[in-house]
Design a protein around this ligand. Structure first.
Ligand code: SAH
Ligand code: SF4
Length: 342
């Protein structure tokens, strides 16, 4: 795989006629074809020639798990033997979302997150990220029969996307490039543990890009206990910066709040949420999706109380339901055993 070049590097000199490039990219990025031999719009000898010099994908499906609710989790092997996971999500209206990874592991060490326990093994390149999207697109077209279907992307798989800033920005640039998927940046959400200066830089480059900020606690000292990054970037800083960015870009931010029993669901946390009572924010509650020695999933009635109390105070709040829970595909559960064994 390493010896050949990525398909996006295709130059006019590699093909006999310029229009061939468009035929090849249309087959790959519009139809979801991932095998040169299956690009029926170009001559056979060109297909053979291309496969000697180029590759289409940089991820290889190693395993998949399908959930009863339609969620499909893919385990991908990378060229160096490391693994990442990406998730295909589909709702009852056939709205499709690809949840993709940005790093192998993560160095942020949030205590409730399984990815955090493995540390950072390495960053993904822009073309590896593009390959995750392409493989899920191929799956959607070829296996789900959803051809030319629009989709959304969330950078909520393994890793902290803004800790791999340059490659993630380059991946957004490739995904939105009209020669490839041509997806609108407004369909892409980057989830971050709080690297707000990088949100600023990203919005200057892609003003319609969406951001989700993993808040998870509304009290500074308590947030530091569950998210080490909080020691470097305070809640005050986050609130001020995001409100400013909202005023400039008119782009609302989702605040993700993982509900953890006895940790962040009391009245004092609801009170402290006040600094985020602003039209710039929409709160998304995510009940912790597993319990272990350190953190516990709350009861249904505790979740309902927390949500109602925020609504009563006129916060804009929704609850995220677990998708793919039966296959371990919910957030934070992207498994890491394969990398430890590799
Ligand atoms: N590093 C980025 C993106 C990946 S994590 C970030 O932290 O935002 C994606 C989301 O999964 C985050 O909102 C995170 O708070 C959430 N998450 C992590 N562990 C979880 C768990 N055990 N249960 C539910 N959500 C979890
Ligand atoms: Fe990293 Fe996000 Fe997990 Fe924190 S929640 S350890 S930032 S992947």
């Amino acid at each position: 795989m390493e010896a050949t070049k990525n398909i996006i590097e295709l130059c006019d000199g590699d093909i006999d006629k310029t229009f061939r490039k468009k035929q090849i990219y249309d087959a790959v990025f519009k139809k979801g074809v991932i095998d040169f031999a299956a690009i029926s719009t170009i001559p056979k000898d060109l297909r053979n020639g291309l496969s000697q010099k180029f590759h289409i994908l940089e991820v290889k499906e190693a395993a998949r798990k399908e959930s009863l609710d339609g969620t499909v989790k893919f385990l991908f092997k990378l060229h160096d033997g490391k693994y990442i996971e990406s998730v295909f999500l589909i709702d009852k209206n056939n709205h499709v979302t690809f949840c993709i990874s940005s790093q192998v592991g993560c160095r942020m060490g949030c205590v409730f997150c399984k990815t955090g326990t493995m540390g950072l093994l390495r960053n993904l390149s822009a073309t590896e990220i593009l390959s995750e999207v392409l493989y899920l697109y191929h799956f959607m077209a070829a296996e789900k029969g959803l051809k030319n279907q629009l989709f959304n992307i969330v950078y909520m798989g393994m890793g902290e996307p803004l800790d791999n800033f340059d490659n993630v920005m380059e991946s957004v640039s490739l995904i939105t490039n009209s020669a490839f998927f041509g997806l609108s940046a407004s369909r892409i959400t980057i989830s971050t543990c709080g690297l707000v200066d990088k949100i600023d830089s990203a919005l200057r480059r892609f003003p319609t890009l969406r951001f989700a900020l993993s808040l998870n606690h509304s009290i500074q000292e308590e947030r530091e206990k569950i998210m080490p990054i909080a020691k470097k970037i305070s809640l005050d800083e986050i609130a001020v910066k995001l409100k400013k960015l909202y005023a400039e870009f008119k782009n609302r931010f989702t605040l993700e709040y993982v509900l953890i029993k006895n940790v962040n669901m009391n009245k004092k946390e609801i009170d402290a949420m006040q600094r985020f009572h602003h039209q710039a924010f929409h709160i998304n509650l995510i009940p912790l999706n597993h319990s272990d020695d350190l953190v516990k999933r709350p009861e249904e009635k505790e979740i309902a109380y927390f949500m109602q109390e925020l609504e009563r105070r006129h916060f804009c709040v929704t609850r995220r339901y677990r998708r793919g829970a039966d296959i371990d595909a919910a957030c934070g559960e992207l498994c890491y055993k394969e990398n430890l064994d590799a």
